[in-house]
Design a protein around this ligand. Sequence first.
Ligand code: SOE
Length: 397
Amino acid sequence: MAEKKTINICLIGQKFMGRTHSNAFLKVGKFFDVPLLPVMHTICGRNEAELNEFKETWGWQNASTDWKSAVKNPAIGLVDVGTPNHLHKEMAIAALEAGKHVACEKPLAGTLDDARAMRDAAKKAKKSKTFVWYNYRRVPAVALAHQLAKAGKLGRIFHVRAFYLQDWGGPGVPLLWRFQKKFAGSGAHGDLNAHIIDMARFITGDEITEIVGSLAETFIKERDIVSGGPKGGIAGGTSGGAKKGKSDVDDAVLFLARFKQGAIASFEATRLATGNQNKNGLEINGEKGSIRFNFEDMNYLEFYDATSDRKTQGWTKIMVTHGGDHPYAANWWPDAHIIGYEHGFINQTADMLNMIAGKDPVVPMPDFEDAYKTQQVLEAAIVSATERRPVKIAEMK
Ligand code: SOE
């Protein structure tokens, strides 16, 4: 068998996303016939002891606490940024200036200014490809929803009803970086609304043009300061005791929006929807049909075909695991041998490697330009909530 070409990866970040991405680089070549095999060359992080352990656990060849040198290493082909949002800009731009392909965690950045600088740097770096980890696009059920809408199965779209509900952000959770604007940019909004805005744009193929009204709420205004400064992770973390610090991000943001082709939409993101752990979903209603998705039941897409025989019309619960018909399914298990959260990341890695080799992804991939559009919507919703007015996306330059 001919030896495959390879590409050396430098991943910055060794927490939750560091693990999902490492797992994806490790597995992709086993399940996909990719034109380039990723080599897990360098893992970067701040805590040397943790980093060395991470390197051994996941099989990275090198570990470095100096990301600035690591991204310039001529051996590296793809830099993957999996750090808190305030670091995305500096890291991604340094990697682009070093001529690398760059993958970046979502949201593109904590602020619209940072996101714009990243988009502009990507435009300048003509030889580099950019990718953003909006991983839910590559859940087979979501990819199928995109394909159905594109094939006209929904017809003209009237409604988008999107929600991302989590409940880990109660008062017992300390002041992680995710609760501080200087690190995260925003709270549930940038973390969760970012995903559903991206998913809604992806499935409908349409763009949001206006935020009509928006509500941002911080329910828990002070949180325990963690010893040793803000820690990563989403839950857990140890409280440092009596000292409290200000949480200056939203815990929940709800907004209404209009799409260019006339659909009207609602979006809700919260970390305090008790009983909902990762309920990321949406319903889209069109003239010819509707779709429904909920990540907590991620192997299914529900479809209502309004053009079918009236006698038997009803919601069809499609198990999106059929290799011959469903996106990405052929790379996994036989029908009905279901997949999980990590597979979206592995599917995305396969598409990124294909794209670097000049091939098409299975479904469209967000680059920095595309993710900037999601960032504009995020920003417009915050302006709308703060100034209590409708905001056109075109105002968000
Ligand atoms: C935490 O809210 C989090 O890990 C997000 O940061 C991810 O993007 C989301 O997919 C799951 O929840």
